[in-house]
Design a protein around this ligand. Structure first.
Ligand code: IMP
Length: 198
């Protein structure tokens, strides 16, 4: 069975395909078509995931899976949250710098944060077309300096709880096992296995 991932990012396709190896003989994940470009106007990750899943399923008439994610900092009342990618103009590095500046006076012990990821599955043949929703949360803290060269986004300043290792220092397979996206994806895979591809 072919399932469309509601993204044009080949890196995401590769990562999620790798994590779905157990289903490889039954599921083929493909990228959304070139014209896929829905406006992410939702107020929550789940709303954005539903917008993207519905758009990809509508364009392809295939079952689709979408995700949306962000970083929530406790001392900033959950910001930047759903606006993480647009926290400020410029590069990922600019956004990390701005976040470290904003937290400059927040002491160790009050710098907890979490990555959150929501996923939605859309089946365009059903009248209630959103047939599954999942959420994954990865708790950690924002450090005082960048460490590591892996990952992307806020990874180099996101430290695991009770450790001095950042998400950017973890091997990809370990990050995928622990991360918000990996945890949401595990739930999606169990749903596919139980419900769609028995
Ligand atoms: P998206 O939902 O994958 O597009 O992610 C939205 C934004 O949240 C990204 O641009 C990053 O700033 C941040 N983000 C989400 N997941 C991660 C992660 O695993 N590591 C670092 N930053 C992330």
């Amino acid at each position: 069975m072919k399932i469309v991932l509601a993204t044009k990012n080949p890196g995401k396709l590769k990562e999620l395909t790798e994590l779905a190896k157990g289903l490889a003989d039954r599921v083929e994940l493909v990228l959304a078509p070139e014209e896929f470009d829905p406006e992410e106007t939702g107020a929550t990750y789940l709303e954005n995931a539903i917008i993207k899943a519905t758009a990809a399923a509508g364009m392809t008439n295939m079952i689709s899976i979408a995700d949306d994610s962000g970083l929530e900092v406790d001392a900033m009342d959950g910001r930047p949250g759903v606006h993480s990618a647009r926290y400020c103009e410029g590069s990922d590095g600019d956004r990390r710098k701005k976040l470290l500046n904003e937290l400059a006076s927040v002491p160790e012990g009050k710098r907890q944060a979490q990555f959150v990821c929501c996923m939605a599955i859309c089946d365009p043949s059903q009248s209630e077309s959103i047939i599954y929703k999942a959420e994954g949360i990865w708790r950690g803290r924002i450090g005082f300096e960048e460490r590591g060269a892996g990952g992307f986004g806020f990874d180099p300043i996101f430290y695991e709880t009770d450790s001095d290792v950042t998400a950017a220092q973890l091997p990809a397979a370990e990050k995928n096992r622990k991360s918000h996206r990996g945890l949401a994806w595990q739930q999606v895979l169990s749903f596919l296995e139980k419900t769609l591809i028995r």
